[in-house]
Design a protein around this ligand. Sequence first.
Ligand code: 13P
Length: 285
Amino acid sequence: MSIVTNKELLDRAKKGSYAVAAFNTNNLEYTQAILWAAAELQAPVIVEAAKSEVDYMDGHVFVAMISALAAKLSIPVGIHLDHGPSYEEAVRCLAYGFKSVMYDGSALPLEENIANTRKVVEAAHACGVSVEGEVGVIGQAEDSPEGKKNDLIGIANPDECERFVKETRVDCFAAAIGNAHGLYKRKPALRFDILAEIERRTGIPLVLHGGTGIPEEDLRKAITMGVSKINFSTVMRKGGIETLTATLHANPGELDLMKLLAPSRDKMIEIAKQHIIMCMSDHKV
Ligand code: 13P
């Protein structure tokens, strides 16, 4: 079908009480897995890449690859920069043709995060591109808040979220609610009380990062409370790499890269489908 903005995808998801699954990617097979899984389930989907992934693939190639693959499918697809580190990087992605960019100024003082995010919003909106912001640092699972003494570490402050949304005019934002990127050491303790307060004060679609390892019932609860986009990365890479390792061991000396990569792609299709179903976005086209 078509490449659309995240705003379009997320506004529909919020109304329909589901979340759009967003998967990071950095090569062809991985991208095919994401798009083919979504097409099979007739689900809207977001393909995203962090700066290192954009650089690895080349931003123009990334957008051209997704556009060419999506043109053959009957689902709406978003192309998104994940955790954009600067205004300059966001603008570069506008030039590549991304339909959504994230600016992550969450590690900065709030004033600076607001000022930088607003600048990105002004540039992106002038190009018809949507923007995701972040409030409260979402760290790595190794440093996740559970287990730490101060349970407010890594938790967004609802007052700051309200101000951030009003002053930046972002289309959606990620708030830290006890989630983290990577492999959780134990079940994450999501702060649903904070999520409820943030949703009440802001009203715009919310994004949940660190989707890998969050139990399905928690994902679904978060969706009913206003989360409209959920990011998954580690779970796909882990499944793909484990399958590649097993394929290499089972086929020593194999020199056909396609034969080695295809089983990984099949595994990633299976994982992407499971996570799309958890997001309740299947058959929402
Ligand atoms: P995971 O790797 O934990 O799934 O997190 C992905 C993510 O939030 C990307 O921004």
